[in-house]
Write a protein that binds this ligand. Structure first.
Ligand code: ZN
Ligand code: ZN
Length: 306
């Protein structure tokens, strides 16, 4: 009898410096790792011929920018780092070369959208006008680049103004992880003593017609000291969680939706983690198919009209 099994999706929030545009002091190591992390991730996915959803901040498609953005309803202040700390750092705010690298890759990646300038849609201060301006600009610059993004990722997974997305041609978004985050101690205990895996999520059709594909696991939620301590005890706990998630997806329906930023790859342990995660996904690909957000949206919508 036909038994539907789960699948695995990897979504990548490709933003370089934009993830920190509203920080008073952007973390230097993360900003500095944006480009190298992006290249590394591309290469690792190439090596294993694995497809992913790259949710790209639209502004990255500009070749250059004066950082003024006078016609953006969020106001010019939002873009202050472009005129200040990053005035000579076009490499952290513009990256058509890197987006082209993804497009030209062997694996047929899904290039989606992560707004125009990383405005948090779910923030109470984000007006409908501002959200629409972000979508309008992102769509414009991506269209001009020959891209037709259908998958959307909200900055910080902060969901808002969902009904606007369909007006700009989007078909899916990444929603919030369905269970409350557990404490680090709890997570470590679960991993150390066996059992437990990240949730397999069920894609849902939102009122707007978009497919919500919630997150299962952010791959870099264990960081720094906790990561190093745990690695000594049981190996990388996040890799273990992914392996258990894949085991579960081989047995039951649902999506193991993993995500990260290229700028999470700040050093060797972080690079090793994603390499191990991709190795695990590759090893199980016959049992647990690899999909993109666009693939999931397509099959969910097809199932709905059937
Ligand atoms: Zn700009
Ligand atoms: Zn982001």
């Amino acid at each position: 009898m036909y038994r539907r099994v789960g699948s695995v999706v990897l979504s990548i929030d490709a933003e370089l410096g934009w993830g920190f545009v509203d920080y008073e002091t952007p973390p230097e190591d993360r900003v500095a790792s944006g480009r190298s992390g992006w290249q590394t991730l591309c290469r690792l996915l190439d090596e294993r011929d694995l497809r992913a959803t790259w949710a790209v901040v639209g502004h990255l498609l500009h070749d250059a920018c004066d950082g003024r953005h006078l016609d953006h309803p969020i106001g010019s202040d939002w873009f202050a780092p472009e005129r200040g700390a990053w005035a000579d750092r076009r490499d952290v705010t513009c990256a058509p070369d890197l987006v082209e690298r993804v497009r030209a890759s062997g694996p047929d990646h899904d290039i989606g959208c992560h707004t125009y300038s990383h405005v948090e849609f779910g923030d109470p201060g984000t007006t409908r006008d501002t959200a629409a301006a972000e979508l309008e600009r992102a769509r414009g610059v991506m269209d001009a680049f020959g891209l037709d993004p259908r998958s959307f990722v909200f900055p910080r997974n902060n969901v808002g103004h969902v009904d606007l997305l369909s007006e700009y041609g989007f078909e899916s978004y990444r929603g919030q992880r369905p269970v409350p985050r557990r404490s680090l101690t709890e997570k470590l205990r679960t991993v150390a003593y066996g059992g437990g895996h990240p949730p397999l999520v069920t894609p849902q059709i939102h009122d707007s017609g978009l497919v919500n594909i919630p997150a299962s696991l952010f791959l870099y939620s264990f960081e720094g000291v906790a990561l190093r301590a745990a690695r000594h005890a049981v190996g990388d706990p996040v890799v273990k969680l992914v392996e258990r998630g894949l085991d579960a997806a081989a047995e039951e329906d649902g999506v193991l939706h993993l995500w990260l930023h290229p700028n999470n790859l700040v050093g060797e342990p972080e690079r090793q983690r994603i390499e191990s995660v991709l190795r695990a996904i590759d090893a199980r690909r016959d049992e647990v198919p690899v999909e993109t957000m666009a693939d999931v949206a397509r099959r969910e919508r097809a199932a709905r009209v059937r």
